[in-house]
Design a protein around this ligand. Structure first.
Ligand code: BGC
Length: 759
């Protein structure tokens, strides 16, 4: 279809009607011009295509499809290729089912462990989140099916998600909440971006021109179509004017009419409606051109893939005395509510009608004879004494007890937040009672976000399975019995207590307002800076082998802020089994400067190593890896100074460190006035000359008239004090020694020097 031509032949009414959906899951057709409707469906970790009763809350059934691990789990793979492969499989399912756009992935930052939807989000770290979302997008779109990167932006809680106003300062917005979307947009190039329900600094995301147009398109180069979250449109005309293209689901005829009226009354230009129609049709056209009517998908093959993927995502949190892997010859008891019916996905719009399910019991039969006890019903806090006592007996009869626990649906879902970070009481009691009779205990967790583990010290082994998709039981069995070594690492911090989390005092806010007062100190950025002890740190994950890191090398010792640094490190498998290691590269500023996290993740790689094998892996660290967002210039800025590059096994397990010195080619402008500090003024080239007479006069006043009278250490103190004094105060302290009119003259001379420097 020649999109421009079709749009030029459309009436205003037709163009306006295109800007809202036909029904829950389709764009509108314009039959007169041969434009068909296009279907969209959720996402993100499986296809939720509804043929019959439609809803966006996961209530009515959808077609059978394969449920992969949710993003919280996928993120722990730290594996771009894996995310690509999952995306590709989803793209194939969409092709086979005639779906043009899959609604995902979701790149919102995990601000609080209590957000009910964290299972759908990747990480507390924007770099990791952006990289993985981009890989997912590339995978789906490689099958010529679109994605909808969501929920843009600052949608980090479910409480009042449709009305809450997230108040976040500019630097935090850029460095944390937008950075995750920025990476995904720039590298993934999604066909569509879905705006969120909430307001951002007072303006609904669906009519936020700054987000939808200035930043998304102007700065990041997005050229696709923007769409509302389902029901997120506040004022359709304001939305379209701000850069919103498609309102979903339908909005009603009055919305289309309002848009027509706004054009006729001159409140919005027709060209703006043309632009939205063109963008929507461009996506429809892309889908039509790539449509493969012969496509079928291999459900059994995708189920196998789901098992392999889940294996790569689970995180071995603890393994004292090498309790795992289990030996098939020892008697094992599987106990818990999630043995036979694992919880492997979350509630809400992403809920998949899974094509099949593999529970751990069934999968373990490939390896060993296992005895079973349910232990508790798991869905509520109430303990069932009979179930509990059978579980204790089973644990006693076995040599190792594996407990399958986690969060029930009612505790964690789209649409509401968690009330606390604990497991249901009956599960905690089950763990405690089993520990009384059995010391060899493994806990396998099925949850979409961190839980408190008051029993963690007494349990020797803990495997975090997250919400591992429909083949979760198979993957857990493969890891428990050592078919593969665990190789996931945490994409978020597990705090010891909910109160330790930086958002705690301001989550979920008061009424319709939530203030992000912790600023840039989200997740490990906060725990690191405050040296807060955590249960398991960001980036942590064990393996059945061990790895040594050597020879971290940087390709430069000094460089300019415009250059890219290459860092490489050698990693050796020093244990006895083949396994994969995730190597994390952090940048830690090593100079005095603006307030910043101790370190930030700027690169990662995952490698497979046979026992004894060594490989060198390297990452590129572009200027952005060293930059912070400087609001004075509305841009990223690299402070001059020393930076350490860390090669680490987790955020608290730094193995290698090397330093680079960076020279800035850019200087932050100083806007001089009477209250500019002496230190800031001195940053202006030529300031030394201008300020010397004043400094001498001051020193002379302090030295009783003799500018040389101060000793060296006193002089240093004076210098340090001078640095933060405004020019006005300095002149007044110097008194007559500074001469008349001096403040005015100094400010003028400094302004001229600044103008010369900026020219
Ligand atoms: C969710 C979106 C989803 C949409 C359509 C909304 O409630 O926030 O993530 O894609 O419904 O089901």
């Amino acid at each position: 279809m020649d999109v421009k031509k079709v749009v030029s032949e459309m009436t205003l009414e037709e163009k306006a009607s295109l800007c809202s959906g036909a029904d829950f899951w389709h764009t509108k057709a314009v039959e007169r011009l041969g434009v068909p409707r296009m279907m969209v469906a959720d996402g993100p970790h499986g296809l939720r295509k509804q043929d019959q009763s439609a809803d966006h809350l996961g209530i009515n059934a959808s077609i059978k499809a394969v449920c992969f691990p949710t993003a919280a789990g996928l993120a722990c793979s730290f594996d771009r290729d894996l995310l690509f492969r999952v995306g590709e499989a989803l793209g194939k399912e969409c092709q086979a089912e005639g779906v043009g756009v899959l609604l995902g992935p979701a790149a919102n930052i995990k601000r609080s462990p209590l957000c009910g939807r964290n299972f759908e989000y990747f990480s507390e770290d924007p770099y990791l989140s952006g990289e993985l979302a981009a890989a997912h997008i590339r995978g789906v779109q490689s099958r010529k099916v679109g994605t909808s990167l969501k929920h843009y932006a600052v949608n980090n809680q479910e409480t009042r998600r449709m009305s809450v106003d997230a108040r976040v300062d500019e630097r935090t917005l850029r460095e944390i909440y937008l950075a995750s979307f920025e990476g995904a947009v720039k590298e993934g190039k999604p066909w569509t971006v879905m705006c969120s329900y909430n307001r951002v600094n007072g303006v609904y995301a669906s009519e936020n021109e700054r987000l939808l147009t200035d930043i998304l398109r102007g700065e990041w180069g997005f050229d696709g179509c923007t769409v509302t979250d389902w029901g997120a449109c506040n004022d359709h005309v304001a939305g379209v004017a701000a850069g919103l293209d498609l309102q979903m689901p339908f909005g009603g005829a009055h919305n289309d009419e309002a848009l027509v009226r706004a054009v006729r009354e001159g409140r919005i230009e027709e060209a703006v409606v043309d632009r939205a129609a063109e963008r929507i049709l461009t996506v429809v056209n892309r889908y039509l051109e790539g449509r493969d009517r012969t496509a079928v998908f291999d459900r059994a093959g995708h189920h196998k893939l789901a098992r392999a993927v889940a294996r790569e995502c689970m995180v071995l949190l603890k393994n004292e005395g090498d309790l795992l892997p289990l030996s098939a010859s020892r008697r094992v008891a599987f106990i818990g509510p999630f043995v036979k019916h694992p919880r492997y996905q979350g509630g809400g719009s992403s809920h998949i009608n899974a094509s099949e399910e593999t529970g751990a019991m069934e999968a373990a039969s490939e390896y060993a004879d296992v005895i079973y006890a349910q232990g508790c019903c798991g869905r509520e806090d109430r303990t069932d004494k009979e179930l509990l006592s059978r579980a204790v007996n089973a644990a006693q009869a076995a040599e190792t007890a594996v407990l399958f626990v986690g969060l029930p649906d009612a505790f964690e879902s789209e649409g509401y937040d968690r009330k606390h970070m604990r497991l249901p009481e009956c599960q905690t009691q089950l763990i405690r009672e089993v520990l009384r009779v059995q010391k060899r205990v493994v806990v396998v967790l099925h949850n979409g976000a961190p839980v408190e583990m008051p029993w963690a010290d007494e349990v020797p082994a803990i495997l975090e399975a997250y919400l591992g998709g429909q083949a979760v039981g198979g993957a857990v069995a493969d890891l428990l019995f050592g078919k593969a070594s665990p190789c996931g690492k945490l994409a978020e911090t597990f705090p010891l207590h909910m109160e330790d989390n930086p958002s705690h005092l301001n989550f979920p806010g008061d009424g319709d307002r939530v203030e992000y007062r912790e600023g840039i100190y989200v997740g490990y950025r906060y725990y690191d800076k405050r040296s807060v002890k955590v249960l398991f740190p960001f980036g942590h994950g064990l393996s059945y082998t061990t790895f040594a890191y050597d020879n971290l090398r940087l390709d430069k010792e000094r460089m300019k802020d415009t250059e890219t640094l290459t860092a490489s490190v050698e990693v050796t498998n020093t244990g006895r089994v083949a396994a994969k290691e995730i190597v994390q590269f952090y940048v830690a500023p090593a100079h005095e400067g603006i307030s910043r996290p101790v370190k930030e993740l700027r690169g990662f790689a995952k490698i497979h190593l046979e026992p004894g094998e060594t490989k060198t892996l390297s990452v590129q660290l572009p200027p952005r890896a060293f930059a912070y967002y400087e609001t004075a210039i509305s841009d990223w800025y690299v402070e001059p100074g020393a930076y350490d590059v860390l090669a680490a096994a987790s955020s608290t397990d730094v193995r290698q460190r090397a330093r680079v010195q960076i020279e800035s080619t850019r200087r932050l402008p100083v806007r001089v006035h009477e209250n500019t500090t002496f230190g800031d003024a001195m940053k202006i080239p030529g300031a030394q000359e201008i300020l010397r007479p004043l400094a001498d006069a001051l020193t002379a006043v302090m030295g009783g008239g003799d500018s040389k009278a101060l000793g060296e250490s006193t002089q240093q103190m004076v210098d340090a004090m001078l640095r933060d004094m405004p020019l006005r105060a300095l002149v007044s302290f110097a008194g007559d020694a500074a001469g008349a009119n001096v403040l005015h003259d100094i400010v003028r001379a400094l302004r001229e020097a600044e103008d010369r420097a900026q020219a």
